[in-house]
Design a protein around this ligand. Structure first.
Ligand SMILES: C[S@@+](CC[C@H](N)C(=O)[O-])C[C@H]1O[C@@H](n2cnc3c(N)ncnc32)[C@H](O)[C@@H]1O
Length: 321
C-alpha cells in the first residue's frame, strides 16, 4: 500500500515535470514565429510542433510580463540584488539577462532533481550556455557559479530547500525577486503557502511574482483541468486560489505587506501597444473570443514588502509600460 502511494506520487511528479517540456516547446515555437527574442531556448528544446495563435499570444503575454517586471525590479534594485526562480524548469532568464549585461548578484533556480539534472546536461554540453557562467562547478544535478546557481529540491519540503538556498549564498538582506511561473498550482495549497511564507518571512525587501491558472469551475476551467488530468497532472492548488482576490489574500496572509493581481486579459491590454500591434500581425487569429477566454483563465499575482523603500510598488505594468 505504502509502495503504491509512493509510486503514485512518483508518477504524479513525473507528469508535473513534463509540463516543463511543454512550456519550453511552446516558448521555442513562439520565438521561432517571432513573438519575442530568445537566443537560448533552442538549446533546451530542439524541435517544436506547431502551436495555435491563441497559445502563442498567451505565451507572449506571460513571457513579456515576466521580462518587463524583472527589468523593472533590476532597475530599482541594481546589481546588489537576487533573483530566485522556484520551479524554473528550462528557463533562460540568466542567459537572456547576461546577453544584455543585466545581471543580479545572484540568480538561483530550483526544480526537481530530474529536471535540474537534464538542465545541467544541456548547459554543460552547449558552449553558448556554458560560456556565460563565471567559474562554474557543474555537478550531476546542480551548478554553482559566481552569479548563477542551479539547485535540485522539492518545493514541498521548503525547510530543506530554504536551508539549501541560504547555504548556497542567498543573502536575506539583499533586495530579492522571487519567481514562480506556473508552478505553485501543481502543489497542495498547504505546501505552496509554505513557499510564499518562507520568502515573505525571511526577506524584508522583496517581491514575489506568481503566474498560474484561475477559474477552475466554469466550462473552460473544467476542460482545462480534464485535459491535464488526462495526462496524469492535477491542478492541486487551483481550488484554494481560484480568483484574483484569493490570490492576493494568499500573499497578505503569508508574510507579505502589499499585493496586486491581474488576469492575463488585463495584462495583455496593458502591454506596450506597439508590441501588441506587431505580434498581432504575425499570425491570423480567427476567433478573438477564444484568446480572451484563455487569457481570463490565467493570472499574475504579486506580493511585496519594501522595507528599504526602493520603490517596489513600481514593479507592475502601467498603461504605458
Ligand atoms: C509548467 S513548468 C514551468 C517551468 C518554468 N517556470 C516556465 O514557466 O517555463 C512547472 C515546473 O515546476 C516544477 N515543479 C513543480 N512542482 C515542484 C516541486 N514540488 N518542487 C520543485 N519543482 C517543482 C516542475 O518540475 C516544472 O519544471
Amino acid at each position: 500500500m505504502a509502495q503504491s502511494r509512493s509510486s503514485r506520487r512518483a508518477s504524479d511528479d513525473l507528469a508535473v515535470q513534463t509540463t516543463n517540456d511543454d512550456a519550453t516547446s511552446c516558448k521555442r515555437y513562439a520565438t521561432q514565429k517571432g513573438y519575442w527574442e530568445d537566443d537560448f531556448v533552442k538549446y533546451f528544446c530542439r524541435t517544436s510542433d506547431r502551436k495555435s495563435p491563441e497559445i502563442n499570444r498567451g505565451y507572449f503575454a506571460r513571457v513579456r510580463l515576466y521580462q518587463l517586471l524583472v527589468e523593472k525590479f533590476l532597475s530599482l534594485a541594481g546589481e546588489e540584488s537576487q533573483v530566485i526562480n522556484f520551479g524554473a524548469g528550462y528557463d533562460t532568464l540568466y542567459w537572456t539577462l547576461s546577453a544584455r549585461s543585466l545581471r543580479p548578484k545572484l540568480l538561483v533556480e530550483v526544480d526537481f532533481e530530474a529536471v535540474t539534472a537534464r538542465k545541467c546536461y544541456y548547459i554543460s554540453s552547449k558552449e553558448p550556455l556554458r560560456e556565460v557562467l563565471v567559474d562554474p562547478v557543474i555537478e550531476k544535478d546542480s551548478i554553482s557559479s559566481k552569479h548563477y546557481k542551479l539547485l535540485s529540491g522539492d518545493l514541498r519540503d521548503m525547510a530543506t530547500v530554504g536551508e539549501k538556498l541560504l547555504s548556497s549564498g542567498v543573502d536575506t538582506s539583499l533586495p530579492t525577486l522571487f519567481l514562480t511561473e506556473c508552478v505553485l498550482v501543481y502543489m497542495d495549497p498547504d505546501k505552496s503557502r509554505e513557499v510564499i511564507r518562507w520568502a515573505g518571512n525571511n526577506f524584508s525587501t522583496a517581491l514575489f511574482l506568481n503566474y498560474e491558472p484561475i477559474f477552475p469551475d466554469d466550462s473552460f476551467g473544467l476542460t482545462m483541468q480534464a485535459n491535464l488530468a488526462h495526462r496524469g497532472c492535477s491542478l492541486l492548488g487551483i481550488n484554494a486560489c481560484p480568483d484574483l482576490e484569493s490570490q492576493k489574500q494568499r500573499f497578505l496572509g503569508n508574510g507579505w505587506q502589499c499585493t496586486w493581481a491581474l488576469d492575463m486579459a488585463e495584462v495583455y491590454q496593458q502591454l506596450p501597444k506597439n508590441e501588441i500591434q506587431r505580434i498581432e500581425r504575425l499570425e491570423f487569429l480567427d476567433e478573438k473570443e477564444l484568446l480572451i477566454q484563455l487569457l481570463q483563465h490565467y493570472c499574475a499575482s504579486c506580493g511585496y514588502t519594501d522595507k528599504k523603500r526602493i520603490g517596489l510598488d513600481k514593479v507592475r505594468l502601467s498603461k504605458n509600460s
